[in-house]
Ligand binder design. Sequence first.
Ligand SMILES: Nc1ncnc2c1ncn2[C@@H]1O[C@H](COP(=O)(O)OP(=O)(O)O)[C@@H](O)[C@H]1O
Ligand SMILES: [Mg+2]
Length: 241
Amino acid sequence: MIDDHTIQLKEITKRFGKKVVLKDINFDIKQGRIYGFIGPSGAGKTTLVKMMVGMDIPDEGSVYLLGEKMPNLEILQQIGYMAQSDALYTALTGKENLMFFASLFKLDKTEKQKRIAYAAKLVNLTDDLNKKVSAYSGGMKRRLSLAIAMIQNPQVLILDEPTVGIDPELRISIWNELFRLKNEGKTIIVTTHVMDEAEKCDYIAMVREGSFIATGTPRQLKEQYGVHSLDDVFLVAGREG
Ligand SMILES: Nc1ncnc2c1ncn2[C@@H]1O[C@H](COP(=O)(O)OP(=O)(O)O)[C@@H](O)[C@H]1O
Ligand SMILES: [Mg+2]
Protein backbone atom coordinates (compact mmCIF):
# COMPACT_ATOMS: atom_id res chain seq x y z
CA MET A 1 0.00 0.00 0.00
CA ILE A 2 1.08 3.54 -0.73
CA ASP A 3 0.11 5.17 2.61
CA ASP A 4 -3.63 5.36 3.21
CA HIS A 5 -4.70 6.49 -0.22
CA THR A 6 -7.35 4.38 -1.85
CA ILE A 7 -6.79 5.83 -5.30
CA GLN A 8 -3.98 7.99 -6.57
CA LEU A 9 -4.02 9.74 -9.91
CA LYS A 10 -0.53 10.80 -10.84
CA GLU A 11 0.07 13.18 -13.73
CA ILE A 12 -2.62 11.65 -15.89
CA THR A 13 -2.78 12.80 -19.48
CA LYS A 14 -5.04 11.19 -22.07
CA ARG A 15 -5.44 11.95 -25.75
CA PHE A 16 -7.83 10.68 -28.36
CA GLY A 17 -6.03 11.35 -31.63
CA LYS A 18 -4.79 14.91 -31.34
CA LYS A 19 -7.40 15.92 -28.81
CA VAL A 20 -6.15 16.10 -25.22
CA VAL A 21 -9.09 15.00 -23.07
CA LEU A 22 -7.31 14.85 -19.69
CA LYS A 23 -4.53 17.27 -18.86
CA ASP A 24 -2.03 16.40 -16.16
CA ILE A 25 -4.51 15.32 -13.49
CA ASN A 26 -3.13 14.82 -9.97
CA PHE A 27 -5.57 13.73 -7.31
CA ASP A 28 -5.71 11.59 -4.16
CA ILE A 29 -8.75 9.71 -2.98
CA LYS A 30 -8.92 8.60 0.64
CA GLN A 31 -10.87 5.80 2.22
CA GLY A 32 -14.37 6.24 3.61
CA ARG A 33 -15.49 9.29 1.69
CA ILE A 34 -17.73 10.14 -1.21
CA TYR A 35 -16.00 11.94 -4.06
CA GLY A 36 -17.86 13.66 -6.84
CA PHE A 37 -16.48 14.45 -10.26
CA ILE A 38 -18.70 17.22 -11.53
CA GLY A 39 -18.73 18.75 -14.95
CA PRO A 40 -20.60 19.16 -18.19
CA SER A 41 -20.87 16.55 -20.89
CA GLY A 42 -17.55 16.02 -22.66
CA ALA A 43 -15.47 17.28 -19.71
CA GLY A 44 -13.60 13.98 -19.36
CA LYS A 45 -15.37 12.37 -16.38
CA THR A 46 -16.04 8.99 -17.99
CA THR A 47 -12.53 8.80 -19.42
CA LEU A 48 -11.14 9.44 -15.95
CA VAL A 49 -13.22 6.84 -14.13
CA LYS A 50 -12.47 4.24 -16.80
CA MET A 51 -8.79 4.70 -15.96
CA MET A 52 -9.46 4.16 -12.28
CA VAL A 53 -11.17 0.89 -13.08
CA GLY A 54 -8.36 -0.08 -15.43
CA MET A 55 -10.58 -0.20 -18.53
CA ASP A 56 -8.45 2.36 -20.26
CA ILE A 57 -4.86 3.45 -19.76
CA PRO A 58 -3.45 6.97 -19.65
CA ASP A 59 -0.95 8.14 -22.28
CA GLU A 60 1.10 9.62 -19.48
CA GLY A 61 1.01 9.13 -15.73
CA SER A 62 -0.34 6.31 -13.57
CA VAL A 63 -3.31 5.27 -11.52
CA TYR A 64 -2.84 3.35 -8.26
CA LEU A 65 -5.80 1.64 -6.64
CA LEU A 66 -5.35 0.13 -3.18
CA GLY A 67 -1.63 0.43 -3.78
CA GLU A 68 -1.61 -1.48 -7.07
CA LYS A 69 -0.83 0.07 -10.40
CA MET A 70 -3.83 -0.16 -12.72
CA PRO A 71 -4.85 -2.04 -14.75
CA ASN A 72 -4.69 -5.00 -12.39
CA LEU A 73 -6.97 -8.02 -12.58
CA GLU A 74 -6.48 -9.06 -8.95
CA ILE A 75 -7.88 -5.80 -7.70
CA LEU A 76 -11.18 -6.09 -9.61
CA GLN A 77 -12.75 -8.02 -6.72
CA GLN A 78 -12.44 -4.77 -4.76
CA ILE A 79 -14.01 -2.48 -7.35
CA GLY A 80 -17.68 -2.06 -8.18
CA TYR A 81 -18.07 -0.20 -11.44
CA MET A 82 -21.24 1.17 -12.95
CA ALA A 83 -20.62 2.32 -16.49
CA GLN A 84 -22.42 5.27 -18.00
CA SER A 85 -24.09 3.06 -20.59
CA ASP A 86 -25.69 -0.10 -19.28
CA ALA A 87 -23.92 -3.32 -20.24
CA LEU A 88 -26.58 -5.93 -19.52
CA TYR A 89 -27.72 -9.24 -20.98
CA THR A 90 -31.11 -8.11 -22.28
CA ALA A 91 -32.26 -11.62 -23.27
CA LEU A 92 -31.86 -12.71 -19.64
CA THR A 93 -33.93 -11.76 -16.60
CA GLY A 94 -32.74 -9.27 -14.02
CA LYS A 95 -32.07 -12.12 -11.61
CA GLU A 96 -30.04 -14.05 -14.18
CA ASN A 97 -27.96 -10.94 -14.79
CA LEU A 98 -27.27 -10.59 -11.07
CA MET A 99 -26.42 -14.30 -10.82
CA PHE A 100 -24.05 -14.04 -13.77
CA PHE A 101 -22.17 -11.05 -12.39
CA ALA A 102 -22.12 -12.53 -8.88
CA SER A 103 -20.50 -15.67 -10.33
CA LEU A 104 -17.51 -13.61 -11.52
CA PHE A 105 -16.51 -13.01 -7.92
CA LYS A 106 -15.30 -15.13 -5.04
CA LEU A 107 -18.57 -15.60 -3.19
CA ASP A 108 -19.89 -18.81 -1.69
CA LYS A 109 -23.44 -19.94 -2.51
CA THR A 110 -25.19 -18.49 0.54
CA GLU A 111 -23.29 -15.25 0.25
CA LYS A 112 -24.23 -15.04 -3.41
CA GLN A 113 -27.96 -15.43 -2.65
CA LYS A 114 -27.72 -12.84 0.11
CA ARG A 115 -25.92 -10.32 -2.07
CA ILE A 116 -28.41 -10.76 -4.92
CA ALA A 117 -31.37 -10.20 -2.57
CA TYR A 118 -29.67 -7.18 -0.97
CA ALA A 119 -28.71 -5.54 -4.28
CA ALA A 120 -32.16 -6.08 -5.82
CA LYS A 121 -33.89 -4.64 -2.76
CA LEU A 122 -31.57 -1.66 -2.65
CA VAL A 123 -32.61 -0.55 -6.13
CA ASN A 124 -36.24 -1.59 -5.65
CA LEU A 125 -36.17 -4.32 -8.32
CA THR A 126 -37.14 -7.30 -6.18
CA ASP A 127 -40.58 -7.62 -7.79
CA ASP A 128 -39.20 -7.33 -11.34
CA LEU A 129 -36.33 -9.78 -11.04
CA ASN A 130 -37.98 -12.48 -13.13
CA LYS A 131 -38.72 -10.19 -16.08
CA LYS A 132 -36.43 -10.10 -19.05
CA VAL A 133 -34.21 -7.05 -19.14
CA SER A 134 -35.44 -6.32 -22.67
CA ALA A 135 -38.76 -5.42 -21.03
CA TYR A 136 -37.15 -3.05 -18.50
CA SER A 137 -37.47 0.73 -18.76
CA GLY A 138 -34.33 2.88 -19.00
CA GLY A 139 -34.52 3.66 -15.29
CA MET A 140 -34.88 -0.02 -14.38
CA LYS A 141 -31.78 -0.87 -16.43
CA ARG A 142 -29.88 1.87 -14.60
CA ARG A 143 -31.02 0.41 -11.31
CA LEU A 144 -29.97 -3.08 -12.33
CA SER A 145 -26.55 -1.77 -13.34
CA LEU A 146 -26.19 -0.19 -9.92
CA ALA A 147 -27.17 -3.45 -8.23
CA ILE A 148 -24.52 -5.25 -10.30
CA ALA A 149 -21.85 -2.71 -9.29
CA MET A 150 -22.52 -3.56 -5.64
CA ILE A 151 -22.91 -7.30 -6.03
CA GLN A 152 -19.60 -8.47 -4.53
CA ASN A 153 -19.62 -5.92 -1.68
CA PRO A 154 -16.58 -4.10 -3.07
CA GLN A 155 -14.32 -1.80 -1.08
CA VAL A 156 -14.43 0.88 -3.78
CA LEU A 157 -17.52 1.90 -5.74
CA ILE A 158 -17.07 3.83 -8.96
CA LEU A 159 -20.39 5.02 -10.35
CA ASP A 160 -20.62 6.91 -13.63
CA GLU A 161 -23.80 9.05 -13.58
CA PRO A 162 -25.58 6.54 -11.33
CA THR A 163 -28.87 8.39 -10.86
CA VAL A 164 -29.62 9.49 -14.42
CA GLY A 165 -33.17 8.44 -15.27
CA ILE A 166 -33.95 7.41 -11.69
CA ASP A 167 -36.96 9.02 -10.02
CA PRO A 168 -36.45 11.40 -7.06
CA GLU A 169 -37.70 9.04 -4.37
CA LEU A 170 -35.40 6.19 -5.33
CA ARG A 171 -32.58 8.69 -5.84
CA ILE A 172 -32.90 9.63 -2.16
CA SER A 173 -32.83 6.01 -1.03
CA ILE A 174 -29.79 5.30 -3.20
CA TRP A 175 -27.97 8.28 -1.71
CA ASN A 176 -28.91 7.14 1.79
CA GLU A 177 -27.38 3.76 0.98
CA LEU A 178 -24.22 5.44 -0.34
CA PHE A 179 -23.96 7.36 2.96
CA ARG A 180 -24.36 4.12 4.89
CA LEU A 181 -21.69 2.38 2.81
CA LYS A 182 -19.38 5.32 3.36
CA ASN A 183 -19.86 5.01 7.11
CA GLU A 184 -18.89 1.36 6.76
CA GLY A 185 -15.57 2.58 5.36
CA LYS A 186 -16.23 2.15 1.66
CA THR A 187 -14.82 4.65 -0.77
CA ILE A 188 -17.29 5.97 -3.33
CA ILE A 189 -16.69 7.90 -6.51
CA VAL A 190 -19.58 9.30 -8.50
CA THR A 191 -19.70 11.42 -11.59
CA THR A 192 -22.60 13.76 -12.11
CA HIS A 193 -23.60 16.91 -13.87
CA VAL A 194 -26.29 17.59 -11.26
CA MET A 195 -25.13 20.14 -8.70
CA ASP A 196 -27.56 19.11 -5.95
CA GLU A 197 -25.90 15.69 -6.00
CA ALA A 198 -22.51 17.36 -5.82
CA GLU A 199 -23.65 18.89 -2.51
CA LYS A 200 -23.96 15.39 -1.05
CA CYS A 201 -20.32 14.53 -1.72
CA ASP A 202 -17.63 14.96 0.92
CA TYR A 203 -15.17 16.19 -1.64
CA ILE A 204 -15.61 17.35 -5.18
CA ALA A 205 -13.50 17.95 -8.24
CA MET A 206 -15.01 20.20 -10.87
CA VAL A 207 -13.91 19.10 -14.30
CA ARG A 208 -13.89 21.23 -17.41
CA GLU A 209 -12.19 20.41 -20.70
CA GLY A 210 -9.96 17.78 -19.14
CA SER A 211 -8.74 19.82 -16.18
CA PHE A 212 -9.79 20.15 -12.55
CA ILE A 213 -10.83 23.78 -12.24
CA ALA A 214 -11.68 23.56 -8.52
CA THR A 215 -11.36 20.92 -5.81
CA GLY A 216 -12.45 20.83 -2.18
CA THR A 217 -15.38 20.15 0.08
CA PRO A 218 -18.64 21.80 -1.07
CA ARG A 219 -18.36 24.24 1.82
CA GLN A 220 -14.70 25.08 1.18
CA LEU A 221 -15.43 25.76 -2.46
CA LYS A 222 -18.35 28.09 -1.76
CA GLU A 223 -16.27 29.97 0.82
CA GLN A 224 -13.23 30.15 -1.40
CA TYR A 225 -15.21 31.65 -4.28
CA GLY A 226 -17.50 33.73 -2.05
CA VAL A 227 -20.70 32.29 -3.51
CA HIS A 228 -23.72 30.43 -2.19
CA SER A 229 -24.08 27.58 -4.67
CA LEU A 230 -21.87 25.07 -6.40
CA ASP A 231 -23.32 26.22 -9.72
CA ASP A 232 -21.80 29.61 -8.99
CA VAL A 233 -18.48 28.02 -7.98
CA PHE A 234 -18.38 26.31 -11.35
CA LEU A 235 -19.11 29.56 -13.18
CA VAL A 236 -16.57 31.64 -11.26
CA ALA A 237 -13.85 28.95 -11.29
CA GLY A 238 -14.45 28.43 -14.99
CA ARG A 239 -14.05 32.13 -15.70
CA GLU A 240 -10.82 32.29 -13.71
CA GLY A 241 -9.41 29.13 -15.25
N1 LIG B 1 -13.11 6.46 -27.53
C1 LIG B 1 -13.04 7.76 -27.82
N2 LIG B 1 -12.52 8.19 -28.99
C2 LIG B 1 -12.43 9.51 -29.25
N3 LIG B 1 -12.82 10.49 -28.44
C3 LIG B 1 -13.36 10.13 -27.27
C4 LIG B 1 -13.51 8.75 -26.88
N4 LIG B 1 -14.07 8.69 -25.65
C5 LIG B 1 -14.27 9.98 -25.28
N5 LIG B 1 -13.85 10.83 -26.24
C6 LIG B 1 -13.87 12.31 -26.14
O1 LIG B 1 -13.23 12.68 -24.94
C7 LIG B 1 -13.88 13.79 -24.34
C8 LIG B 1 -14.29 13.42 -22.93
O2 LIG B 1 -15.34 12.47 -22.98
P1 LIG B 1 -15.96 11.79 -21.69
O3 LIG B 1 -14.85 11.31 -20.82
O4 LIG B 1 -16.96 10.81 -22.13
O5 LIG B 1 -16.66 13.04 -20.98
P2 LIG B 1 -17.83 13.09 -19.92
O6 LIG B 1 -17.98 11.75 -19.30
O7 LIG B 1 -17.39 14.14 -18.93
O8 LIG B 1 -19.06 13.51 -20.64
C9 LIG B 1 -15.03 14.17 -25.26
O9 LIG B 1 -14.58 15.19 -26.11
C10 LIG B 1 -15.28 12.88 -26.02
O10 LIG B 1 -15.82 13.16 -27.28
MG1 LIG C 1 -19.54 10.54 -19.13
